[in-house]
Design a protein around this ligand. Structure first.
Ligand SMILES: [Fe+2]
Length: 335
């Protein structure tokens, strides 16, 4: 395990997680789940795509679903991050090219200049600095519905090479806030990495990967997380709950998880904390300490640990660490 120090002199400024591009077999079913259930706003719905965003977001979308015909679970086509300006994007393109990576400019509807690259563990990543959208609903309180989700906060990605991902994102200016390591032997199991003010924009954790474990929307009140679950149940979506409410030790989040109609996992949560100051050290958790996953609440079911969304056309590697978690099934079997 090597705990990288933050790198402050990166020649471009990544500001935060921006959006996720996923596939859907049925855009109407996806819309029902995210708009009627969780309360996101639809900003585009055509035969080919569905775009959604949360209450405080000023950009056009934080989720983009692309319609696919084939059967089977949905896949992920890109993890999007924002840079501060188009000049940052141009400097990043030159920086990636100079070190032998293969950056490319791509066209994305509703986005300005967009740079695409593959990260160290095979994840397709895109960066943009502009995504003009209509006025958001922040002060239109009469429209706040479902889980009253305010912004896309983070993604968690399973990978066979946590250290490799950590090294790659450190060079881009991401900073470690919390991490999990094996007891005694100090092998990295997971890293919580951030650009914005709080604990994480992206988490890389040990597992068969790369696969997207979940995306997560923030809401400011625990009552909103619970009300969202009530609304989902009232709409016939109760069985989409993938993990019951609890509180993570890592990140301090009060959470509920769902699976959307294509199997993509979504967390609604509150209670992350600020990490800003230079002398705020990362928090270590031993892998054996189950409080990292829940301070209170039942352990997650087996499917929560082992099921995730593939990236489109990207081969999945077996995990480097053999570290089986404590599952709900094992917990209940003990009686
Ligand atoms: Fe999360």
């Amino acid at each position: 395990m090597v705990l990288n120090n933050p790198v402050a002199d990166v020649p471009f400024n990544i500001t935060r997680l921006s959006h996720v591009v996923l596939t859907s077999r049925d855009l109407d079913a996806t819309r029902y789940f995210y708009e009627s259930g969780l309360g996101l706003e639809v900003t585009e719905h055509s035969a080919e795509c569905l775009c959604l965003r949360a209450i405080e977001e000023v950009g056009h979308h934080s989720l983009r679903f692309e319609k696919v015909a084939q059967e089977g679970p949905g896949v992920v086509r890109a993890i999007g991050y924002r840079m501060f300006s188009d000049d940052d994007l141009r400097r990043a393109f030159d920086w990636f090219a100079a070190r032998g990576d293969s950056p490319e400019w791509i066209e994305r509807p509703f986005q300005g200049l967009t740079l695409r690259i593959t990260d160290a563990v095979g994840v397709p990543v895109e960066f943009n600095a502009s995504m003009p959208g209509p006025e958001n609903r922040m002060r239109h309180f009469q429209t706040h519905a479902g889980g009253k989700l305010v912004y896309l906060d983070h993604v968690q990605i399973a990978t066979h090479n946590v250290q490799g991902a950590f090294d790659w994102y450190t060079e881009l200016g991401f900073r470690l806030t919390e991490y999990t390591a094996t007891d005694g032997t100090d092998e990295l199991w997971g890293v919580w990495l951030k650009r914005k003010n709080n604990t994480q924009d992206v988490v890389y954790s040990n597992g068969a990967g790369p696969r997207l474990h979940h995306l997560a929307y923030h809401t400011p009140e625990i009552a909103n997380v619970i009300h969202g679950a009530d609304v989902m149940a009232a709409l016939g979506l109760a069985e989409s709950m993938d993990r019951a409410p609890g509180r993570h030790g890592i990140g301090n989040a009060f959470f509920v998880y769902y699976r959307d109609p294509d199997g993509h996992r979504v967390e609604t949560f509150t209670s992350h904390y600020n990490v800003i100051d230079e002398d705020h050290p990362p928090t270590r958790w031993d892998l054996s300490d189950t409080r990292r996953s829940q301070i209170w609440g039942f352990p997650a079911p087996k499917k929560w640990f082992y099921e995730a969304s593939d990236f489109d056309g990207v081969a999945v590697n077996p995990p480097q660490l053999d570290a089986p978690p404590v599952t709900l099934e094992e917990f209940l079997a003990k009686g």
